[in-house]
Ligand binder design. Sequence first.
Ligand SMILES: Nc1nc2c(ncn2[C@@H]2O[C@H](COP(=O)(O)OP(=O)(O)OP(=O)(O)O)[C@@H](O)[C@H]2O)c(=O)[nH]1
Ligand SMILES: [Mg+2]
Length: 300
Amino acid sequence: MNLEQIYRSGFVAVMGKPNVGKSTLINALLGQKIAAVTPRPQTTRKRQMGILTLASMMQVIFVDTPGVHQPRNKLGSLMNEEAAQALRECDLILFVADVTQPPTEDDLLLVGLLREAKTRRTIILALNKIDLLEPDLLPTRQDEFASQIPNAIVIPISASAGTNLDVLLHTIQERLPAGDPFFPEDQLTDLYERDLAADLIREAALNLLRDEVPHGIAVRIDQYQERNEHGAYIEATLFLERESHKAIVIGKDGQMLKKIGTLARQAIEEMSGRKVYLQLKVKIRKNWRDDEKVLRQFRY
Ligand SMILES: Nc1nc2c(ncn2[C@@H]2O[C@H](COP(=O)(O)OP(=O)(O)OP(=O)(O)O)[C@@H](O)[C@H]2O)c(=O)[nH]1
Ligand SMILES: [Mg+2]
């Protein structure tokens, strides 16, 4: 029987250390932005599905995960746990690495997690960002990573340039179990629009702010109202860890908060395809990243 005739469906855990391009890759494969992407590590904090349905062929549910890292607070531990959970629930593992550096401690942390889990699932090792690599270096780098995960299928890719994504998809298709789709064919993700909006607001803040401040931000959506032809009215609060961060986030004459609001509004409009009115507030929740009660309130 020919591969093309069997409908396939399954879950692919997209794992890797922070900042290697997991969310960028899922957005690229879906041809639509559903996940926040920034140049800063630890952008993704929760699992998120990116659902790719190819008619009469397959449905791949990519599960975006937080970057596996050495945690420095309770939020960090919860993020690692989110990633470990995706590992337990998947059919295939897509290990994403940054090909521009040799394997680092955080890469090895994930290798250790995979060993511990004694997983028998296929591991595809996507060596991302080849657009930034001197081509001569590729064979060496490929060996360095492959020796850590001996049974993996290695595919060099560039998520942002779209290189080899067809090869990657074909490899996934070959290894996905036969089965019916899990989700309606027009569904792209499992998150509600308000959760996506919260992440896009955090993305804007991560992109505009420096240093430690952005990692201590949590966003809560307080109101999300449809106003028909006027689009959506959204009120959100940015929670910060320290009093001293407030002045930085608000900025001189409120300029920074305004910039964050504009950037976030544009991203939410693009995601939802309609006009958005966005109102932002700032509050302090001291050391919330280590406070279990507050973490639960923020749904982490
Ligand atoms: N040059 C280049 N940059 C890339 C590529 N893929 C991702 N990036 C950049 O790498 C940075 C991190 O991308 P993300 O998609 O947020 O990485 P992530 O693995 O999801 O990170 P976390 O959510 O923090 O774990 C962003 O600045 C992306 O634009 C690529 O193929 N080439
Ligand atoms: Mg991410």
